[in-house]
Write a protein that binds this ligand. Structure first.
Ligand code: XIL
Length: 330
């Protein structure tokens, strides 16, 4: 049984981040693996502001459109990623903007054009990505916070909802499962939005496990479970949106250890009913941002460089099967 069949049996989505360059290269093995094993896609880059709307009058729709067509052909859902991202992936006409009025106009134009182009083909969107500092329990400094003010998350949600009341609005954050201060601040921030009735559908916990190259702490299934439960208890849907587990080339038994961690983490997340998606940040070890950013041969994904399932795949499949059994038992 494929991962997507197991996921369907458990009422969840299994996603992969899709590289625009590999996708466009005509690599048929990549495409068939994607369609066979996953039922949701996230564009790794193509829908980010800097790529899709690099200048105020320039839109680059090709990679976006090709991915959406592929998803439709193979009955996959599309997760839009991302609109407001304080850290990165944003063109300079936004990051260097000095005037709140101009920034609001750019944001409104961007969201209206993007959502109307999507026209319902994108089910959900990470409308804000990583509002907090990468490694510390404080807000990320950016043009959004400086010009629109501390409450810019509420403003972005309200605007996006007004433009398209049907698209699910999500906030996506990283490292809350390994940095307690981030978890605490994120919890307070989200609780405030929920209490004020803002149109927030779900919370994405990215789930990158980049220890020891970047993350300050090792993967921690109990903390992931606590994070997922926290947002589920607020009435929100939760997803693990960008999972990968760095396996350091010098670690003994690294692929066995990785598989065990994959199993425990996915199980920890999916034991909460409101967690209905696990997306992996890539398809196979042949193409991963981890190698590009943190060093070669970190082998972070479920398939090896040749596209064969790794031990990690079996561990994730087992966790999906447990979810499916619990779903059937209800
Ligand atoms: C990364 C992509 O994988 C890279 O290809 C790109 O160069 C930079 O962005 N958190 C996120 C993702 O939310 O969008 C990032 O993706 C990885 C970290």
């Amino acid at each position: 049984m494929s991962l997507r069949d197991l996921a369907a049996a458990g009422g969840i989505r299994v996603g992969a981040a899709v590289s625009d360059t590999v996708f466009a290269s005509g690599d048929e093995d990549y495409r068939s693996l994607l369609a066979a094993e996953f039922n949701s896609v996230t564009a790794e880059r193509a829908m980010k502001w800097k790529w899709i709307h690099p200048e105020p009058d320039c839109w680059e729709w090709e990679a976006n459109d090709e991915l959406i067509r592929f998803a439709e052909t193979h009955q996959m859902q599309v997760r839009g990623h991302t609109v407001v991202w304080p850290h990165w992936g944003t063109p300079t006409y936004i990051t260097k903007c000095e005037d709140a009025g101009a920034l609001r106009r750019h944001l409104g134009d961007h969201v209206r054009e993007l959502f109307s182009h999507w026209g319902g083909s994108v089910a959900r969107v990470d409308v804000v990505n990583e509002p907090l500092h990468w490694l510390e329990g404080r807000h990320a400094e950016s043009v959004w916070r400086t010009l629109l003010g501390e409450d810019y998350l509420a403003e972005v949600l309200a605007l996006a909802h007004e433009v398209d009341p049907d698209i699910e609005l999500w906030i996506n954050e990283t490292h809350t499962d390994v940095i307690p201060d981030k978890h605490d601040l994120f919890t307070r921030t989200v609780a405030d939005l929920v209490e004020r009735g803002l149109p927030l559908h779900g919370i994405g916990i990215q789930g990158h496990q980049l220890y020891p190259d970047f993350s300050p702490g090792p993967p921690d299934p109990a903390r992931l479970h606590r994070g997922v439960s926290t947002f589920a208890d607020m009435g929100l849907e939760v997803a693990v949106t960008e999972m990968d587990i760095l396996a350091h080339p010098t670690d003994a038994d690294r692929l066995d250890v990785q598989a065990q961690l994959y199993g425990e983490l996915v199980d920890a997340a999916l034991s909460v009913e409101a967690c209905r998606e696990v997306t992996f940040w890539g398809v196979s070890d042949a193409h991963s941002w981890v190698d590009q950013h943190f060093g070669p041969d970190r082998a972070p994904l479920l398939f090896d460089r040749e596209g064969n399932p790794k031990l990690a795949y079996d561990a994730v499949a087992a966790a999906f099967a447990s979810r499916a059994r619990r779903t059937t038992a209800v």
